[in-house]
Design a protein around this ligand. Sequence first.
Ligand code: DI6
Ligand code: FE
Length: 408
Amino acid sequence: MTAKVDTLIVGAQVATVGVADDYGLLNEGVVGITDGNIAYVGPSSDQLEAEVTIDAAGKLLTPALVDCHTHLVFGGRRIVDFEKRLQGSTYAEIAQSGGGIRSTVAATRQTSEDELYELAVPRVQWLMASGVATVEIKSGYGLDLDTELRMLRVARRLGADLPVTVVTSLLAAHAVPDEYSTDVDAYVDLICSELIPAAVAENLADSVDAFCETIAFSPAQVRRVFDAAAAAGLPVRLHADQLSDLGGAALAAEYGSLSADHLEHASTQGLAHLAAAGTVAVLIPGASTFLDETKRPPIAAMREVAVPMAVATDLNPGSAPLGSMQLAMALACTRFGLTPAEALHGASRHAATALGMSDRGEIARGMRADLALWDVADPAALAYWFGASLLSQLWIGGEIIDSVGSGV
Ligand code: DI6
Ligand code: FE
């Protein structure tokens, strides 16, 4: 008996990413798509009839990538900061002299919703051109009610207008706004009593994020934000242990956080808590590279406690002007020592888990047909080439995205 599918991809080197620690390779594999979902994965198309058959000619087929950490909605420019850093100023010095996050906040507050949207569209398209079908976008350059909500509305519009799935995070606890510099707790009050409820009322936030750091918010302040998120029914995620160990990993685990991100300074004990809580460790090699940080995240300890590791771009104007998940994977290998297989799992399956999604990030029957075909055959080559775009074809929800890739 033959079964019918909408589309058949034949002759692909399929990396299903279904098997822990391995690519889950299927040589000369066949993937069938029906109604936007994967209807078949296997070795043969004998029993299948399709309206469209695509010959992948031995190219690598993977799940489309998931970028689970970006700050891609923002106004203004930080090129001046970049040039100052190249002349020897540090990230902290630039922040203290009026540049840094606060300058992006000032610019974003003055940028209209339409303008923010126009600025953000190409950034999402860059990511798509690197095989991304799902992207998380944070607020955090507004730090007031109007601008935080405006940023999230822009993120929602991007998700509605572009083929990618957009997941949003309210990151009002990203930095302390100037007007609250002498009373940080009053700003935390504002986040808890006004910003979170307003974001919920407009259905603008899928999760709540915070930056737990000496230069940002203390663990006690993050707790208050997370309690308010829980009361509003929103899951949380945390920028944790990036510059120092404030116990961010353990704090994230305590709140059942979807992810704990950065983690350069996390303790083994903190990582064990993450593993026990099912929290994903999100690695951000782009920021580490761009800021030339010497401290690497404790990858060996992460493997030891078996915490799932995701990889993300962190696309933002200050610490990671990085618009390619393929490059993020390459940096995760060369800078952090991930294996290419770990980098692929981190850019697909584990990144989906970090977004609370179980319907993508893997090529398996019943999953969404978010697929990426690459101009290479060897799955390790994805993290080997850097700076060259290898995308051949992208499918999102079973639809071919014509605007990206070199073509099959
Ligand atoms: N950590 C980062 O690396 C970015 N935000 C954060 O919490 C930096 C954002 C910026 O410099 O604009
Ligand atoms: Fe970030």
